[in-house]
Design a protein around this ligand. Sequence first.
Ligand code: APR
Length: 247
Amino acid sequence: MNKYHRFTELLLQSRYAVALTGAGISVESGIPDFRGSDGVWAKYDPLEYGHIDSFRADPAKVWNMLVEMRALVESVSPNDAHYALGELERLGVLKMVITQNVDSLHQRGGASNVVEFHGNFRGMHCDKCRRPYKSSEVSLAELPPLCACGGPIRPDVVLFGEGIPEQAYSLAFDAALKCDLMIVVGTSASVAPASDLPLVAGRRGARIVEINPEVSELPREVTEMHIMEPAGAAFRNIMKIVKSFAH
Ligand code: APR
């Protein structure tokens, strides 16, 4: 039995499978990851651009990076890995996608039960009074966009130094406590608390399987199986087998 058959068998035998995804799943859509050699953090120093204190000290500067990121996110499309997760949810095999990504590509790829651990670019809010805005109603002609209260408006993405949105946090950790299989795709597993999710699930005996062309920081003893391939290619193989079972 090859690794794809074994992976698909684990998937189809599971009662409550969830996926945890990171920037790597969107690389084949054209969004560079954060920690790769041409990653976001190679171009922008994370402390200078990705931290809430940097935003508060100089919102216009951080907005310059955010404008670039948002334009990129809006210009790309889901890839076969996003579509596969959407299809697996539709088939009832996958119960939830927990993503660290802010690109909305899982939803565009057909998944509906998506927990956005690090927020998204669809919404914005005032950093001072918390008033919510739709991204479409905020003009970016001048940066930073300002709220009626005078505070700077920012996207609903989680910056370093901030907490995880409460509901996303509890849904994700509840799933880690409930799942019997967690598929970890395209994350370096280097940023807590997201990186704790597979550890919490694994400690309770859930199977942890990984899809990543590189070795991540997930401890080896936690991972039952590691498919060292790009997510798109891996899911194309997996879906061929899933479909052969469905017939
Ligand atoms: N398919 C699957 N995995 C891939 C692919 C691919 N085609 N290309 C790269 N990867 C893997 C890399 O090997 C790496 O392990 O994706 C991972 C991306 O890791 P990071 O760049 O660290 O991204 P992520 O884990 O999502 O980062 C977590 O850190 O900067 C913050 O808030 C940001 O949500 C982000 C968090």
